[in-house]
Design a protein. Structure first.
Length: 134
């Protein structure tokens, strides 16, 4: 048989272990119940503290995820709006380019919102004269 290693006997008979055994043997039923109740209360408090800590961590993680999700959504919406505006501007530009070479006499082009109306200017026939607005 192999020899016993030092420290292998965890149930060794020391003064401390003997005194603990004696104290436990001399306890009354009421003392046992009080100790058990105290242990249960301490464990419940430890669990509650642990739950509060983990709940706070979970809430913080959820807040961060919600912020990131909101930022992602806002950035995506901005990008989509910019693409839409770019496409719309290109469409309007090509439409005006096409319209520049198609004249319909019954359309009032001067009433369009993009057409700028200024007063008529004509040059004076006299030497050195500036424009005369009418």
């Amino acid at each position: 048989m192999p020899t016993k290693r030092k420290g292998a006997n965890l149930n060794c008979d020391t003064n401390k272990s003997r005194s603990i055994r004696n104290r436990r043997a001399q306890r009354t039923e009421e003392q046992v119940q009080e100790e058990n109740t105290g242990t249960r209360v301490r464990m419940a408090q430890l669990r509650q503290e642990h739950l509060d800590d983990t709940r706070a961590e979970r809430n913080e993680v959820m807040r961060l995820e919600q912020r990131q999700s909101h930022r992602f959504t806002v950035n995506r919406r901005i990008a989509n709006d910019q693409q839409h505006q770019q496409a719309h501007r290109a469409f309007v530009a090509t439409s005006f380019l096409c319209l520049a070479f198609q004249y319909e006499p019954d359309i009032e082009y001067y009433a369009h919102s993009k057409v700028e109306q200024r007063g008529k200017q004509r040059k004076c026939g006299k030497a050195g004269g500036g424009p005369i607005t009418s």
